[in-house]
Design a protein around this ligand. Structure first.
Ligand SMILES: Cc1ncc(COP(=O)(O)O)c(C=O)c1O
Length: 260
């Protein structure tokens, strides 16, 4: 007779710490029925801790290449540690640039009105349109791109640029080499790592193998010299770039046109 006992495992529900192999440790509690008490860990390989029970389902090994989780929690941790040591320090944080202004009332009231309508028979509409609601797409096209021949069908309403960066990587797959501004917003590199486009993280230079880092600094006006690139398949070129907010002022005949 087998005795079924409940095993409680902990998984992290925080999306920002989800990518770190070391982050599967706390937060929400999930109860699973198992035959005997043991530890079931959901971790990407390499798996350092010994576990009594393993599923045979393989994980995406590329997750194991990511270093120290997502960049911004790491910056916040170092900032707090510095403040503990030097409580009077005046820190200019170059970490996550969170928003500081309240959302305009016109937006929050429209959101509230629409969500309340969904709880009525007349206002309930089921799933929305995959590409975004037509009236919204028309309004975006006519408001932001009135003279450019952009129409509602050209607009895709997504759930944010970060998710789109990852989706773009899915289009290209793993057999490509990408170039990225250095420094840059971390989602370009992290999504490239997860897709398997890179080699391992090289601690001595603090870079991933098989990514071309385009150094941006005061000497080159914070613009990479694209003519010196090897021949990457994808160049992520962000203007204005995060974190240093320089805009490309070189126009359509600028550095990018010479490599496309
Ligand atoms: C360059 C860049 N790309 C993408 C994002 C993420 O955008 P979203 O919040 O729409 O996912 C940010 C956010 O700061 C960003 O600076």
């Amino acid at each position: 007779m087998s005795i079924t006992q409940n095993l409680t495992i902990s998984i992290s529900s925080s999306s920002s710490s989800f990518l770190s192999p070391s982050s599967f440790n706390s937060r929400s509690q999930v109860s699973l029925p198992v035959k005997s008490v043991s530890i079931c860990k959901c971790v990407a390989t390499p798996q350092e801790a010994e576990t009594a029970y393993k599923t045979r389902v393989s994980r995406n090994e590329n997750l194991g290449k990511l270093q120290a989780g997502y960049l911004f929690p790491e910056i916040a941790r170092r900032r707090s540690a510095h403040l503990l040591k030097y409580p009077d320090a005046k820190i200019i944080s170059l970490g996550i640039g969170d928003t500081t202004e309240p959302i305009p009332e016109v937006i929050t009231s429209a959101l509230a009105k629409k969500s309340h309508a969904l709880s009525t028979l007349e206002g309930y509409s089921g799933y929305g349109a995959e590409q975004g609601e037509k009236p919204l797409r028309s309004a975006i096209a006519s408001t932001f791109y009135p003279d450019l021949g952009i129409e509602d069908d050209d607009i895709f309403v997504s759930d944010g640029a970060k998710c789109d960066i990852s989706r773009l990587q899915i289009v290209f797959g793993s057999n490509v080499k990408m170039a990225v501004q250095d420094p840059s917003y971390p989602a370009y590199v992290d999504s490239s790592v997860i897709m398997g486009q890179t080699g391992l993280y090289q601690k001595d230079v603090q870079k991933f193998a098989n990514i071309e880092y385009m150094r941006c600094n005061p000497e080159n006006g914070f613009f990479p010299d694209l003519s010196s690139l090897s021949r990457p398949d994808i160049i992520f070129f962000c203007s204005p770039n995060n974190p240093y907010r320089c805009c490309s002022n070189k126009g359509a005949t600028g550095p990018t046109s010479s490599v496309c």
